[in-house]
Ligand binder design. Structure first.
Ligand code: ADP
Ligand code: MG
Length: 234
């Protein structure tokens, strides 16, 4: 407890997420081909290529966590398209509003950012648990983070349990009948397939567990927070 997640760590997370999505493009497409229109991989890759470009630019003008997440939100809204783009955009925008101008956040604050992001997705898309959507991965992960924060667990433990909860939620979508989005047109025929959006959402928590629990290299996140340049990723 008491550990802070810093701006450079959020950057690392988003870069890792973008790379992961790009790596998994074909898999996401395959999942969406089974119960949708086979564009989730391409939609997400299009946005994530822009995220990489943006975050790797020498000066991306993202000097606090709010503006970093907001810039990712805008890219998702303008470039990803489909049902998922605006929903992810809303998630990041709402989380950004909670993080605001902070350059670091605690675990309870992270849980609040993600909870608020999830609420945005649900307000916009009206999906609840077991509708076979991204909510099935995100909600259990948020609940796991909240429980870990409540129990004063370490960031590493909290993020590992969020990742595991998201994974189980994603896998559980296989058994569900889709009630929202394109897959819902299939009704019971959507059973037996994993939801593409729950899968791309799982990667959020997988990469968060890989990046947000360990301090960014060279300790710049402690103390000195006055410059705009962060030690970059390799
Ligand atoms: P589209 O369905 O427009 O082709 P994508 O293929 O990019 O968009 O994204 C599909 C994913 O979006 C689904 O797998 C599902 O997880 C998610 N999704 C669709 N509708 C909703 C909704 N109303 N609420 C939450 N998530 C949704
Ligand atoms: Mg699709």
């Amino acid at each position: 407890m008491g550990q802070e997640i810093t701006l450079p760590q959020f950057r690392r997370w988003l870069l890792a997420y973008a790379r992961r999505i790009i790596q998994e493009e074909d898999y996401l497409t395959e999942l969406d081909a089974a119960i949708g229109d086979a564009d989730h991989g391409a939609n997400m890759r299009r946005g994530m290529v822009k995220v990489l470009e943006r975050l790797q630019a020498p000066d991306d003008n993202c000097n606090d966590i709010g503006s970093l997440l907001r810039s990712v939100a805008m890219i998702m809204i303008s470039s990803v398209g489909g049902a998922a783009g605006p929903l992810y955009g809303t998630f990041f925008l709402r989380a950004a509003a909670v993080a605001n101008q902070h350059r670091s956040v605690t675990l309870p604050e992270l849980a609040r950012m993600f909870r608020t992001g999830l609420e945005g997705i649900q307000q916009r898309g009206k999906a609840v648990l077991e509708d076979k959507t991204m909510v099935d991965a995100i909600q259990p992960a948020v609940e796991a983070l909240e429980a870990a924060a409540e129990a004063n667990q370490s960031l590493a433990v909290a993020l590992a349990s969020a990742r595991q909860a998201a994974k189980l939620g994603m896998e559980h979508t296989v058994e569900l009948v889709a009630r929202k989005g394109r897959a819902s047109y299939l009704g019971p025929r959507s059973v037996g397939f994993q939801d593409p959006g729950a899968t791309s959402a799982y990667y959020l928590f997988e990469t968060a567990a890989e990046t947000l629990a360990t301090p960014a290299e060279n300790g710049s996140e402690q103390g000195q927070k006055s410059t705009s340049q962060e030690p970059g990723d390799p």
